[in-house]
Ligand binder design. Structure first.
Ligand code: NAD
Length: 533
């Protein structure tokens, strides 16, 4: 890609390239859909074009305001203010239901922005590959003596996010079978290098080594595998079960029939999807009883199953509490960087820097270099903690300043320490019972604005996530300037710092120790007598 600018500076150009990139690597760009069934990059095509035009003309002293994917204002602010602020899909409590969301969506008033779709932070499957790999690696550590070699993973869904599972499983050393209702998705993942083989039957799939996609419905095939007496080592699911209308193929439906009926008879489709999910989750529970490690991978499948009669659906654990919370307590989470020039050499250079600075990341980065194909703008994700993110970003900005690499964008997933409330994913079973309090992501977004991030966004759930979640996101452009160094330092340190304090406040000793080690005690941490911890 060219170094030439279409905007007034790299900050604006960087954000524009990120918007273009989420569509380039997204699932259905013609409909502006990036992933997760309906998660969009912009409200509609006129909004998309208006955003592009605004970014091209935007001055440093202005802020573009975006409401659910539609640009609504260009305000005069100042050069230290964010260039773009967004709020996507936020509904007040009583109205935050799937039905009301669909109604507003059909009127063109709102979109579901996913976590990183409307925020233009999605980098293709790599982000979720790393997240899934971290979970598999943590399971290996905890249950299988540190290795998944010769272990068998059963899962479903090869969509925008779920498509990461076969590669993550392979990278962790396991054999992995993914059930997928839409055969075209299997072919697509094979073509993109994320999946090795397609099976024609369950027998063939079970005989395969490596990663294999099996066409079929998980609600049929999970119980069938169970009936054969097989007990996989790990079982999960990443269909878009969060969305009963558009995300989960009900049993007995063809794809064509489903696409037709979800418009003409949405209530029937939602009911049939719920019943089918219940069947799949019953099989997952039985796998768990027989010894499989079973976890919910963030698609609300347990909530849907419970609603459809599986009282003990929550006997299945959530991946965050089980495996990731200790990392969040240390401010470690899914940090990512993208080469805005489009030059893969820039990422190679930063890979070397990251491996030198953080040797504990070496294995992941080497695996990523070996297995992860470039999608859209070259990018890398690594789970870095408080202080580490700033260290890397500031050094990268110096390389940009010296002209050794092109400008770099830094961002993170919304599923990070301070930035998400989702009582059935991120904040389930918080030690102090603060699961549903969404002050933290709101505070996080405000702190990011105060810290001069280039883009700041607040999202809430749509479809089946309506009423379930609120999250915040941020993006920074390292353009080699002194001002960028300042933005990077303040934003990245405050972001992870607030995250550590969020868990410290909830009573997690690991977070309290991390806060003390980094001098983050502040005023939030005090004992019953009000003494600073
Ligand atoms: P997607 O809509 O792109 O893909 C879903 C896939 O599931 C499709 O390929 C579809 O054909 C398949 N599918 C639907 N019903 C099926 C069935 N009954 N049997 C087998 N396959 C079926 O969605 P996505 O972007 O891959 O996201 C999947 C889910 O993961 C979503 O609920 C999303 O919100 C969630 N998610 C979780 C995390 C996380 O934090 N772990 C991150 C991102 C997304």
């Amino acid at each position: 890609m060219t170094q030439s600018l279409r905007c007034r500076g790299w900050r604006q150009e960087g954000l524009l390239r990120l918007l273009e990139n989420v569509l380039a690597v997204g699932e259905r760009p013609d409909q502006l859909i990036v992933y997760a069934s309906l998660a969009k990059a912009a409200r509609d095509w006129p909004s998309f074009h208006a955003i592009v035009a605004a970014l091209k003309d935007l001055r440093e002293e202005e802020t573009l305001v975006i409401q659910s994917g539609k640009p609504v204002a260009r305000l005069r602010t100042h050069a230290q203010a964010p260039l773009v602020v967004m709020a996507n899909c936020n509904l007040v409590g009583r109205w935050a239901t799937p039905e009301y969301f669909y109604e507003l969506q059909s009127k063109g008033l709102i979109i579901w922005g996913g976590l990183t779709a409307a925020a233009w932070q999605y980098i293709g499957s790599q982000g979720v590959i790393q997240g899934t790999y971290e979970i598999f690696a943590a399971i290996a550590e905890r249950h299988y003596g540190g290795s998944l070699k010769d272990r068998f993973i059963l899962t479903a869904g090869l969509g925008g996010m779920g498509g990461a599972q076969p590669l993550a499983g392979l990278m962790a050393g396991a054999r992995i079978l993914v059930v997928e209702a839409d055969e075209a998705q299997i072919d697509k993942r094979i073509a993109r290098g994320f999946l090795q083989q397609k099976a024609r039957s369950l027998e063939e799939a079970l005989a395969c080594s490596g990663s294999v996609g099996l066409p079929g419905n998980a609600a049929d095939l999970f119980p069938e595998i169970l009936q054969r007496g097989l007990v996989p080592d790990i079982v999960t699911d990443q269909t878009a079960a969060h969305d009963l209308r558009y995300g989960y193929l009900p049993q007995g439906y063809t794809l064509e029939h489903w696409r037709e009926l979800r418009e003409s008879q949405p209530e029937k489709v939602m009911h049939d999807a719920g019943t089918s999910i219940a069947r799949e989750v019953r099989a997952m529970l039985e796998f768990q009883r027989r010894g499989s490690i079973v976890f919910d991978n963030g698609n609300n499948i347990r909530s849907q199953a419970k609603q459809y009669g599986v009282e003990n659906a929550f006997d299945i654990g959530i991946f965050t509490e089980a495996y990731l919370r200790p990392l969040f307590c240390q401010g470690i989470g899914p940090f990512r960087w993208m080469a805005l020039s489009g030059n893969p050499q820039d990422i190679a250079r930063l890979d070397e820097l990251a491996m030198r600075e953080f040797p504990e990341q070496t294995r992941w980065i080497e695996l990523a270099r070996q297995y992860i194909p470039v999608e859209g703008l070259p990018a890398r994700i690594a789970w870095l903690g408080h202080g580490q993110r700033t260290q890397l970003a500031v050094k990268a900005n110096q390389l940009v300043a010296r002209g050794e690499i092109g400008p770099i964008a830094f961002s993170r997933d919304h599923l990070d320490a301070a930035s998400m409330t989702h009582p059935n994913i991120m904040t389930e079973n918080m030690r102090d019972g603060s699961d549903a309090i969404c002050d933290w992501p709101l505070l996080n977004a405000m702190v990011s604005c105060s810290s001069m991030a280039d883009l700041v966004t607040i999202h809430s759930g749509g479809g089946g996530y309506a009423g379930y979640m609120t999250s915040s996101g941020l993006t920074l452009i390292a353009d080699g300037t002194e001002a960028a160094t300042c933005r990077l330092k303040l934003t990245l340190d405050n972001d992870t710092g607030l995250g550590v304090l969020r868990y410290a406040d909830a009573g997690y000793e690991l977070a309290q120790q991390t806060a003390q080690r980094h001098g983050l005690g502040g005023i939030g941490l005090f004992d019953a007598e009000g003494r600073a911890l």
